[in-house]
Design a binder for this molecule. Structure first.
Ligand code: SF4
Length: 259
């Protein structure tokens, strides 16, 4: 659902917020909840190291935090059970958004059934076009709009600039025109080491795969451990050769609202 015009920020206001919160992660989250979006701010989590650190911060500033995950049905061991532990520890309800075959989105289910019937369940191994254009990550991106962003004005993510690709230029607060929604990236200027230090210092539960050479974790069939010296995202869609295409469809707004 688009953010109402009355809640939208002017260009200068957005620039001011970005300057103000470039180095103030807690302040950014407080502002988002207490002054700007209230319950309309929600964290989108896939329970990676950045996500669990960010949730720890979010929960500290807002015990009514909204936490949403997009279940692709291809996740590894339920995110290493971290989602369950986090929910048990905090009591925060987790909104698990996923497409239920034949029920909550019949049109999408029909598209997927045809896709799998014609090309197989693991068609993404054929290359980036197959996973982006043939409705694997692309379809999940549409699910984001339909199931995760409904009733949300600003989604909070754990993206970091040093992950590269389009992420290299992200702002702390961004307006996503195709989704008519705000995206807040409080960790934009953090390094992986800083995130890891935060998790250790605050004893935040995390997915143990991160200790086994998985700096980045996605769906099980599309993620492997990296070798020494490899790029941290080399384990994602490892069969693809373009290092600049290691992106999940959720953050490619060009794929938004396809179904
Ligand atoms: S990570 Fe792999 S299985 Fe998961 S949505 Fe993307 S292409 Fe599909």
């Amino acid at each position: 659902m688009p953010v109402p015009v009355s809640k939208r920020l002017g260009v200068q206001e957005l620039a001011d917020l970005n300057e103000r919160f470039e180095s103030a992660c807690d302040g950014c989250l407080r502002h988002a909840v207490n002054e700007r979006f209230g319950a309309g701010a929600a964290q989108m989590s896939s329970f990676r190291l950045e996500d669990v650190a960010l949730f720890d911060m979010f929960w500290r500033v807002n015990q009514q935090a909204r936490l949403v995950t997009l279940d692709t049905w291809r996740l590894r061991d339920g995110n290493g059970n971290v989602d369950t532990v986090m929910v048990q520890d905090t009591g925060c309800p987790l909104h698990n958004a996923r497409i239920e075959a034949g029920t909550n989105w019949p049109r999408a289910c029909g598209v997927w059934q045809r896709m799998v019937g014609e090309h197989g369940f693991n068609l993404f191994y054929r290359g980036p076009g197959w996973r982006l254009d043939c409705l694997c990550t692309g379809g999940r991106s549409s699910s984001l709009e339909r199931f995760c962003l409904a009733g949300i004005d600003a989604w909070i993510t754990g993206l970091r600039r040093d992950q590269g690709m389009e992420r290299g230029n992200i702002g702390i607060v961004e307006w996503e025109e195709p989704r008519a929604n705000y995206k807040i990236n409080p960790l934009a200027n953090w390094t992986f080491e800083e995130v890891r230090n935060y998790v250790e210092e605050h004893a935040v539960p995390y997915n143990e795969l991160h200790d086994k050479n998985y700096p980045s974790i996605g769906c099980a069939p599309c993620t492997r451990a990296i070798e020494s010296g490899e790029d941290p995202r080399a384990g994602r869609w490892w069969w693809e050769s373009d290092p600049n295409a290691k992106e999940c469809g959720l953050h490619l707004v060009a794929l938004a609202a396809r179904l």
